[in-house]
Design a protein around this ligand. Structure first.
Ligand code: SAH
Ligand code: SF4
Ligand code: F3S
Length: 447
């Protein structure tokens, strides 16, 4: 392809959180509305969108090595692919990327990608452009209608963050907290269900901060939206992620005891078990208030699977404070969790704090923490053996004939039976592994 040709094929590569996955899907839909088709697997695309993540240093470094790789592969094939950098690195570094990488034609932030189509037209004329504006909610209204068919779909309901945890870039890359309007969301959910979605995961950097006015003009929180979606007959499952402990409401907790379609799973990051560290992180919850919150979920939904995020080696974290993180892990018994070494991010308060923890200390702490978390995940899976539950089949497994789905508790369940993607089966969980289970189909569920 010459640099002035309009692209015929595209590929979007999304990194980072599920909100980026959602954005990546929507950028794909937008490009397809312009007549650009997805590149076949294994083939180079005319236009590559790198939908990037800025959360940790490693994630950010990856962008530049990816750009280099795409350019090299283009050169070898005698082509010059168009490259767009989208997502949180685009927002954080903007023009810098254009300056540093001559092969990049477009830089577009997470709130501006509805204008990607115009940018592609300009790039075809050899014009490079950057758009990192943050107009509130503008992109959603300007995007083409949904036409996704996967049985599990993401729906971004809330964006941005006002919490300013001292280690985190999200408030800078995603902007202030905003909630999308209730009616738009019910409409988008209906379209997703019409297109084949059977499970919808509501997404937000602080999803439980979502609020809006329902169809009758009443103020509602996330539970109101959940109740509305639960009324869609062909939608079988609802999930939401990620929540912040401070935004949790009685009504949302109660919804876990009221709405059958709301899955018994909660991702509620705590980050550390030490109150001193939590304070330095600006988390504004304590280890105890967090544990009390979890108790309230367990009261209404005793089988709820709990998940969380952890950071080890926050500046100044002592051995004793790290032990407190292990203690909270042991107290909770997580079904799954994500754990990270602290990564200093430019412009965040923690990056300039004293007493940065040496890498080898962080390595040791992460290893110990992950040993506890893996132990608990395995125990949770083992305790599930013998249970009967519905499993929604999502994709093929690695072995021929094998199919994989998710239990209500978000565990991966494998089957060696003839099943289709999108099937909901009634299954017995027969065997547990460290991060998945083997299932046996009892019957097709029509629930
Ligand atoms: N809004 C969500 C998720 C934000 S990012 C929340 O507050 O829970 C996902 C996770 O990345 C965070 O929960 C945190 O554990 C981790 N994270 C964020 N910034 C980080 C940093 N600078 N270094 C290491 N981990 C980080
Ligand atoms: Fe980052 Fe904290 Fe906001 Fe989560 S709540 S996105 S960790 S600033
Ligand atoms: Fe990464 Fe941005 Fe998500 S920094 S985790 S892609 S909000």
């Amino acid at each position: 392809m010459k640099s002035n040709d309009s692209p015929k094929t595209y590929r979007v590569k999304s990194f980072g959180c599920q909100m980026n996955v959602y954005d990546g899907e929507r950028m794909g839909e937008l490009l397809e509305a312009k007549g650009i088709t997805p590149a076949a697997e294994g083939e180079d695309a005319d236009l590559v969108v790198l939908n990037t993540c800025h959360i940790r240093e490693k994630a950010t470094e990856k962008v530049y090595s990816d750009i280099g790789r795409i350019e090299k592969s283009g050169r070898e094939a005698g082509k010059k692919p168009m490259i767009a950098v989208a997502g949180c690195v685009a927002q954080a570094e903007g023009e810098e990327i254009i300056k540093r990488s001559p092969g990049v034609g477009m830089v577009v932030g997470p709130q501006a990608y509805h204008r990607l189509g115009d940018m592609v037209d300009r790039a075809a004329k050899g014009e490079r452009s950057t758009d990192t504006d943050m107009p509130e909610n503008a992109k959603f209204g300007a995007l083409p209608a949904r036409r996704r068919v996967s049985p599990t779909a993401f729906l971004t309901v809330q964006e941005g963050c006002d919490k300013f945890c001292t280690y985190c870039v999200v408030p800078y890359t995603r902007g202030a907290e905003i909630s999308r309007p209730y009616n738009d969301l019910v409409e988008e959910a209906k379209r997703l269900v019409d297109a084949g979605a059977r499970e919808i995961t509501l997404l937000g950097q602080n999803v439980n901060a979502w609020n809006g006015e329902d169809g009758k003009g009443r103020s509602v929180g996330l539970e109101g939206l959940i109740h509305a979606l639960a009324a869609l007959p062909d939608l079988k499952r609802i999930r939401y992620t990620t929540s912040h402990p401070n935004d949790m409401t009685d009504a949302l907790i109660a919804a876990h005891g009221e709405v059958d379609k709301l899955m018994p799973y909660l991702h509620l990051p705590v980050q550390s078990g030490s109150d001193r560290v939590l304070k330095a992180m600006n988390r504004s919850h304590t280890a105890e208030s967090y544990l009390k919150l979890l108790d309230r979920f367990r009261e209404v939904r005793p089988d709820i699977a709990l998940s969380g995020d952890f950071i080890v080696g926050f500046p100044g974290e002592t051995d004793a404070e790290f032990e407190e993180t292990l203690q909270i892990v042991d107290a909770v018994g997580y079904a799954s969790a994500f754990s990270f070494k602290y990564s200093p991010r430019p412009g965040t308060p923690a990056a300039s704090m004293e007493n940065q923890v040496p890498m080898e200390v962080m390595d040791g702490r992460l290893q110990r923490l992950q040993a506890h978390l893996s132990r608990d995940q395995y125990a949770f899976n083992q305790a599930s053996v013998g249970k009967t539950c519905d499993v929604l089949i999502e994709r093929k497994g690695r072995r021929p004939g094998q199919m994989l789905g998710k239990s209500p508790w978000l565990q991966s369940v494998f089957f060696d039976s003839k099943l289709q993607i999108g099937d909901m089966v009634r299954a017995e969980l027969v065997q547990a592994g460290p991060s998945s289970l083997q299932g046996r189909v009892l019957e097709m569920a029509t629930a």
